[in-house]
Write a protein that binds this ligand. Structure first.
Ligand SMILES: Cc1cc2nc3c(=O)[nH]c(=O)nc-3n(C[C@H](O)[C@H](O)[C@H](O)COP(=O)(O)OP(=O)(O)OC[C@H]3O[C@@H](n4cnc5c(N)ncnc54)[C@H](O)[C@@H]3O)c2cc1C
Length: 386
């Protein structure tokens, strides 16, 4: 077993508090203006283009990126605070969040300079939406089984095949797609995949909706039929995408969005139980809040380590595993505690509505971004256990 696993002790620095107040004031203004209702999480986040542009105007998208690309060169811990406040407020971040969290950082690392200069400032202004095209029918956890093919043609590549579960594809301007440019080799089954920047307006791309159990349209099947990608949309090494996949994962897995997706049911329960909950409710509530606090400390720690240049991939996976299991169980736990709520409390209907919605989205939480079983495999390998 390795002794490398560690969560550095970390508290958010002073400047984060000033930023938190600024973000809260902005969100309160948006709520007052009717942009969104923080108590209607059950209606989902369909995205709001004008809101995303105003967030961009505040400098809160791509805020850690270099200034020459439109970023603010602020810290990951400051970004943490922005993400946390937006999530807790149930603000509509759908249109800019994926680009901010993962597509932008990949472009910064692997896109040609002129592509970066074109797209990154637009992401920072909240003008473009990104999707992630990795999963396919038959290759989800096992990404290296991807079959969607990129074949060489004059000046670029022709893409043929199908991606599935592509969140936001119906809203996205771009996708970062993983395509097969060569067969795997005997020595390395991960060889042969290449990452591409896909302009979603390219002819030959068809987007078919897939509806969630909630009835909402979040993700899609995306079919490519001779869709042309120019050479300068290749990201990084041809056939070598597997080398590029790991370093961003800690960012993707360790943020506050990985344990706060059903948080609104806890808030609603606190409201319903009121200032003097009975002993059993107080005990149940205290337990949940203590668990949440621990998760947050771990998540802040991982982000602090990222800020200091470390690559806490295993620690990030632990945050996602514990976080998503916690947020998945939260609706059921809150429903048990809601049995102690007085029938006449004023927010009973909202609590029921929130619980019904959270219960329906709960199953997906331990699948999106890597399943629990796969994460535990990564953790076990990181600990030298397999
Ligand atoms: C809400 C949501 C949004 C999503 N958005 C996107 C998106 O935007 N882009 C995208 O590309 N994908 C997206 N996905 C797809 C997601 O990444 C895959 O569903 C996930 O990786 C699992 O793949 P799979 O569905 O093919 O299941 P499989 O990989 O077939 O897994 C089936 C079961 O087998 C288990 N399993 C598989 N391999 C192993 C292993 N090695 N060890 C132990 N157990 C294993 C899994 O844990 C799971 O329980 C999304 C999924 C959801 C639910």
């Amino acid at each position: 077993m390795t002794t490398d696993l560690r969560f550095d002790q970390m508290r958010l620095p002073e400047e984060c508090e000033a930023l938190r107040q600024e973000v809260r004031a902005f969100l309160a203004q948006e709520v007052a203006a009717g942009t969104f209702d923080p108590d209607r999480a059950a209606h989902g986040d369909g995205g709001n283009p004008a809101f995303s542009r105003r967030v961009g105007g505040k400098g809160w998208i791509g805020m850690t990126w270099p200034k020459k690309y439109g970023g603010q060169e602020r810290s990951f811990l400051e970004r943490y605070v922005v993400t946390e406040e937006f999530r807790v407020a149930n603000a509509p971040v759908r249109l800019h969040f994926v680009a901010d969290r993962q597509s932008g950082p990949i472009l910064i690392k692997y896109a040609p300079e002129h592509v970066k200069m074109d797209i990154l400032p637009r992401i920072c202004r909240g003008e473009v939406c990104f999707a992630i095209g990795m999963s396919e029918p038959g290759s989800g956890s096992d990404l290296f089984a991807a079959k969607t093919k990129a074949t060489r043609t004059d000046g670029g590549w022709l893409i043929n095949g199908t991606k599935i579960w592509t969140s936001n594809a119906h809203l996205a301007d771009y996708m970062l797609g993983l395509f097969r440019t060569s067969p795997p080799t005997k020595e390395n089954r991960r060889h042969g995949l290449t990452q591409f920047l896909v302009d979603m307006k390219t002819p030959g791309i068809t987007i078919n909706p897939i509806y969630q159990m909630t009835g909402l349209h979040d993700f899609n099947e995306v079919v490519f039929e001779d869709a042309f990608m120019p050479d300068d949309h290749v990201l990084g090494e041809i056939d070598g995408a597997w080398k590029q996949a790991t370093s961003e994962l800690a960012y993707e897995r360790s943020g506050p969005e990985r344990f706060l997706e059903t948080f609104y049911v806890l808030i609603e329960l606190v409201r319903a139980l009121g200032p003097k909950p009975d002993l059993r409710s107080a005990e149940g509530l205290g337990r949940l809040v203590a668990q949440l606090h621990t998760l947050r400390r771990m998540s802040v720690s991982v982000n602090g380590m990222l800020q200091s240049g470390k690559e806490p991939v295993v620690e990030g996976s632990i945050v996602k595993d514990l976080g998503t299991v916690w947020e998945q169980k939260l609706p059921a736990r809150v429903r048990e505690l809601a049995a102690f709520v007085e029938p006449e409390v004023t927010n009973r209907a909202t609590l029921e509505e929130q619980l019904a919605f959270a219960t329906t989205i709960a199953p997906k939480l331990t699948i999106q971004g890597g399943t629990t079983e796969v994460l535990r495999g990564i953790i076990a390998r990181g600990l030298g256990l397999r």
